[in-house]
Design a protein around this ligand. Structure first.
Ligand code: URA
Length: 448
């Protein structure tokens, strides 16, 4: 295969054929194409884009580089949710047991935190013993038994994507809609789903901050899912401020368990219920949103969702005491330092990327795929955009391992908050619903 010719053609705005992409990804997964050529190709795609046919072929090629989850023995619908990622986004931890408790199989495959965004796997691993590295056979057995498993991408699932994503991360080529779409959908389509709900974030902390890019990303992924017989729906949700209060792995686990108990931040609850309702409707478990929300609320109120979470923790080797007494089990940072408002006014901004950078400075995030994370550290964001504060009101609490990291994080947290005289423009938490039929702007459901 002449890889230079492929790079050259893409660089000059030409199109790659399906068999060329298939052979290339197969050779790359087999270590027969060097990283420097693949990063040149990724950069050419970043600037030149891809046609729909190329995106489809790339997705198929990455999917075909590995195995797929066989859930054909299940008679119930199999639905997953994927988020494009953000700060404080712990929705998956609540949604997987909640939707499974409503009779839907949820084979949930998540990622690790990278850059300013957190990752569900790191949050799950804040529970001592919790194992996210299940094989495909173990995952299938657990989903058949419990209706849910929460796993990471193993070497068996889309290995070409795993290698290519790590390379893109190191070559500034992540933020390309064709590459993100093919990467996410090659993994999701390997799960043997009967439906998929996408949470596409918009706003300053999102991969695709601009609304029109987020819509384009959603439509590209929906087309990939639908063409392969996996009905796909996307909600565009706000990531202009962190979601919920807790940001950082163990802190977010504690907040997720609180929400499973029926209390927790209202923005987190609202986004979780909106996505969960889409999952239930795709599964045919509810005819409309009101009915779906009613079912979800009932599963929270009865404790069924919390009990399903306990079953997941036990099945995957975690310390199940976390369910009843999270603080006794989850790591606690030795230093807790409060950041207070310097003046009275209204919180205009809580910049999520700055909070994400603070978490990295504390040791709770990654700048490279190979970094390890400290589960105990993070930031509690007590005041949201729109909140009225006095001089001295507590805006955030930093949980740090050392005084030096606390100081570095404090500078970033200070940078994240802006307090002024004017209220910020309200932003809907869930702004649009995108399906194969088109884009629907949702009625304003309240400020974030
Ligand atoms: N998440 C993925 O899995 N792949 C991307 O390219 C971006 C986000």
């Amino acid at each position: 295969m002449n890889v230079v010719a492929l790079i050259e053609r893409k660089r000059n705005g030409g199109e790659l054929a399906a068999d060329e992409l298939r052979d290339l990804m197969r050779a790359y997964a087999a270590d027969e194409v060097p990283d420097y050529q693949m990063s040149a190709l990724a950069m050419a795609i970043y600037f030149r884009g891809m046609t729909d046919a190329e995106i489809e072929a790339l997705t198929t090629a990455m999917l075909a580089s590995g195995r797929t989850l066989d859930l054909s023995r299940l008679t119930v619908p199999r639905i997953d949710k994927h988020s494009t990622g953000g700060v404080g986004d712990k929705v998956s931890i609540i949604l997987a047991p909640l939707v499974a408790a409503c009779g839907v199989a949820v084979p949930m495959m998540s990622g690790r935190g990278l850059g300013h965004t957190g990752g569900t796997l790191d949050k799950l691993e804040s529970i001592p013993g919790f194992n996210v590295r299940l094989s495909l056979e173990e995952t299938a057995r657990q989903v058949e038994r419990l209706g849910v498993a929460m796993i990471g991408q193993t070497g068996e699932i889309a290995p070409a994507d795993r290698k290519f994503y790590a390379l893109r991360d190191a070559s500034a080529t992540v933020e390309a809609i064709p590459l993100i779409s093919a990467s996410i959908m090659s993994k999701k389509l390997a799960e043997g789903l009967t439906g998929l709900v996408l949470d596409v974030k918009t706003g300053a902390g999102a991969f695709m901050p601009k609304l029109e890019d987020a819509i384009r990303l959603a439509r590209t992924m929906i087309a990939l899912g639908e063409r392969r017989g996996c009905p796909t729906v996307a909600l565009l949700t706000d990531m202009d401020a962190p979601l919920g209060i807790a940001c950082g792995n163990a802190l977010e686990m504690e907040e997720s368990i609180a929400l499973l108990r029926g209390w927790g931040p209202s923005d987190l609850r609202e986004v979780t219920l909106a996505l969960g309702a889409e999952m239930l409707m795709l599964a045919g478990k509810a005819r409309h949103e009101v009915e779906a929300r009613h079912t979800l609320e009932a599963a929270l109120a009865s404790g069924a969702a919390l009990e399903k979470f306990r079953e997941i923790v036990v099945a995957q080797g975690g310390d199940a005491r976390v369910v009843d007494d999270p603080r006794a089990v989850l790591a606690q940072a030795p230093i807790q330092w409060e950041f207070r408002a310097e003046r009275a006014g209204i919180v205009q901004r809580v910049e999520p990327r700055a909070i994400g950078r603070a978490i990295i400075a504390l040791g709770g995030g990654r700048t490279q795929v190979s970094d390890s994370v400290d589960p105990a550290v993070g930031v509690l964001v007590h005041s949201r955009p729109g909140a009225a504060v006095e001089a001295g009101t507590r805006l955030a609490t930093i949980h740090a391992r050392s005084e030096a990291s606390r100081e570095a994080a404090a500078a970033m947290v200070r940078e994240a908050f802006r307090v002024g005289d004017e209220p910020p423009a309200p932003r809907p938490l869930v702004s649009h619903r995108v399906t194969a039929r088109g884009v629907e702007e949702l009625t304003f459901a309240g400020a974030s």
